[in-house]
Structures are given as C-alpha cells and as structure tokens.
Design a protein. Structure first.
Length: 386
C-alpha cells in the first residue's frame, strides 16, 4: 500500500502543530474565532492574522483548503497491488503523484493555507495575498486530482496487461496439452479396437483376464471423452492415456494366452462309438466257437492347465511439468505421475536449476509445489524422479 507524504505526523520537522487537513468542522471553528476578534476592515496592519483582517477572506481560504484537503485524502486511497507495482507506467505515475502530494499537501500549499487560516502566519494581509493563496490552492487541487486519476488509470492498465499475458500463457499451455492429448488418443483408439476383437475371440480359461481388459477399456474411453477446454482435465486424461498405452497390450496378451489355454484344456466333444461286430453264421451244433470279449481302450486324463502368466511389473511414469499459477513472486508447478502397481516413488520439482520441492508418494497422483521466483526470472518447470 503506497502511503503519501501528507499522512506523516503533523509535527514533522519545520512545521507547526496546526499543520493538519482541513475538515468539515473547520468553517464553524473559524466563524467562532472570528466572532471574538476585533477585525479591522480590508486592510491589514503589519503582524496581524488573516482572521483579524477579514472574516470573508478567511472563509475563502478555508473553503479552498477544504477542497485541497479532500484531494489529498483521495490520493491516499489509491491502492497499488504488488503484482503491478514494478510496471513502468505505474512507477512513473506513482513518482508523479508523490511529487504533487509533496508540493500540495502537508509540505506545500495546504500547509501554507492552514498557516493563514489558523493564525500562524501574520503579516499585513491584502486582497491580492488572499487571491493568490486561493488560486494556488485551486491549482494544487486540480493538479493533485489529475495525478491521482493518472495513477489509478496506470494501475488498471497494468492489471489488464497482466491478465492478458496470463490468458495468453494459459491458452498456449492448453494448445500444447491438446496436441499431446490428440497424439495419445489416436494411439489408444487403435489399441482399444484391437482389444475388442480379442475379447470376442473366444472364452478364456481365467475369466478375470477378460474382466480386467474390459475395465481398462472403459477407463480409456472415459479419458477419450474428456473436455478439451480445460487444461486440468486434458492433462489428467493424458496421464490416463499414457497408462492405457502400457496396460492395454499387456492385458490383451494375457487374454490371448488364457483363451489358448482354455482351448487346450477343453475335453473333446466327439464321442467314440464302438460298432458291434457282425455275427458270423451259426456254426454247426457239433462245432461251437467262442468269441473273446473286446478289451476297452482307456481314455487318457486331460492335461493340466498351463500356469496363468504373471503380469510384468509396471514402473511409475511421469508427465511433463507445467505451471498451474503464477503470481509474479511465486509459481505453482504441477505434474502427473502414474504408478499402476502402487510401488512408490520420489519426484523432484524444479524451476530451471532451482529445486522447489522433493515429494514422496505412491499410486497415480497429481503432485504440486509452490516456489518463490522473481518477477523477471524465466519460467522453466521440470519434474524428474529423484
């Protein structure tokens, strides 16, 4: 918050205790003071106060001093936010207003007028003296009002420029994320098509392999339908699609092996029928013949099912780091990490070579960390496993 000069203590070196801003009650006070004084007509003797010379002159100066005091108070209300305080236009307008306040308020014209109003300045007052003092107050009021407005305009302009710059940065980041998302989507769409063909290819020995593949396809389809106008949604979907690119081939291969195992373990559906032998003509009664009973052929037991393939470990993967917010003096760096096996990991977040945070976690997460930067420092977010 910028604090103008005229708000300094009124007992500053070189000024009397009456150096104060004129308020609404001063006019009543001046009339009461004037009523108890013996006032000569419009000509002042040497060493007399303005009130002793003319109540009308004193009121003219008091009225103008009130206007100038109001202008000084309004100058104190101008707020310069820290994120635009270093803007060239703002600093220039601030310096200009400070100079006008110094000349016009507690160290300048307003102080001089108050000296006359409250009787601290004594001399042979003339009408020209009063006119000059009132004109100085009016000019100071106009100049102070203009400088106050100029600073307010400079702050608003700087804030608009900063908002536009942030919007441009956000749009550029979104465009880059959407381009990456499109590339990932095309690859995963092809994998989903192939996986659906395998699902319809036969019955698996282990039904869980088909269930896992179906669940993964549903998750991937959800990421393919994300709102591409939101950078957070797109970035999160990219992380999911990167997992799909790894998991779909693995799950599809496991399902194919389970289907093949089922085909090998399935018993034959074709039954072997033994045809009864044709009876020969009956032998003569005197020469009976005996036919031995046929020996049945034993059926071999089915082979044992092959072992269920073990899914290879899936290490954590990390996405490109990006700046989620930038206040000028600090930035928030975010990154998405996939950890399908929940094995755990440690991620280091940097801005250039500056280490901002070291984060330890497990499972698929969005990690973020805030770090202090100077407004002019380059923004170069990075994330690596450490």
């Amino acid at each position: 918050m910028w604090l103008p000069d005229f708000l300094l203590p009124e007992t500053a070196v070189g000024f009397g205790p009456v150096s104060r801003i004129v308020s609404g009650g001063v006019g009543v006070l001046l009339i009461a003071m004037a009523a108890t004084a013996l006032l000569p007509a419009h000509t002042g003797a040497a060493g007399t106060t303005l009130a002793q010379v003319s109540v009308a002159w004193q009121r003219q100066v008091s009225d103008q001093a009130t206007k100038l005091g109001d202008a000084c108070a309004k100058a104190a209300q101008v707020d310069v936010p820290g994120d635009v305080a270093q803007d060239e236009g703002v600093t220039s307008a601030t310096d200009a207003l400070n100079a006008v306040v110094t000349d016009s308020c507690a160290f300048g014209t307003l102080h001089e007028m108050q000296q006359a109003i409250f009787g601290d300045a004594t001399k042979a007052w003339t009408e020209d003296d009063v006119t000059n003092l009132v004109n100085q107050g009016a000019a100071a009021t106009t100049k102070l009002t203009g400088a106050t407005g100029a600073l307010s305009d400079a702050v608003a302009k700087a804030q608009d420029a900063a908002a536009q710059a942030n919007e441009s940065t956000s749009q550029a980041a979104l465009a880059a994320a959407v381009a990456n998302y499109t590339t990932q989507s095309d690859a995963v769409t092809q994998l989903i098509t192939h996986s659906k063909v395998i699902l319809n290819g036969g019955k698996p020995l282990d039904p869980a392999t088909a269930t896992k593949l179906k669940d993964e396809i549903d998750s991937c389809n959800t990421a393919l339908a994300v709102d591409q106008a939101s950078i957070d949604a797109v970035t999160s979907a990219i992380t999911i699609l990167q997992g799909c690119a790894t998991d779909l081939p693995t799950l599809t291969t496991a399902l194919v092996q389970s289907q093949q195992a089922y085909q090998k373990a399935k018993p034959s559906s074709t039954a072997t029928t033994t045809k009864a032998p044709t009876q020969p003509p009956a032998p003569p009664p005197t020469q009976p013949t005996y036919q031995p009973e046929p020996t049945p052929t034993p059926t071999p037991p089915p082979p044992p099912p092959p072992p269920t393939p073990t899914q290879p470990p899936r290490p954590p993967a990390i996405s490109k780091a990006f700046i989620a917010s930038d206040s000028g003096s600090s930035i928030s760096v975010q990154v998405y990490v996939t950890d399908p096996d929940h094995g755990g990991y440690t991620v280091c977040l940097y801005n250039g070579s500056q280490l901002g945070a070291r984060l330890r976690n497990a499972g698929t997460q969005k990690l973020s960390a805030a770090m202090s930067v100077s407004p002019s420092a380059p923004r170069d977010p990075k994330a690596v496993f450490c």
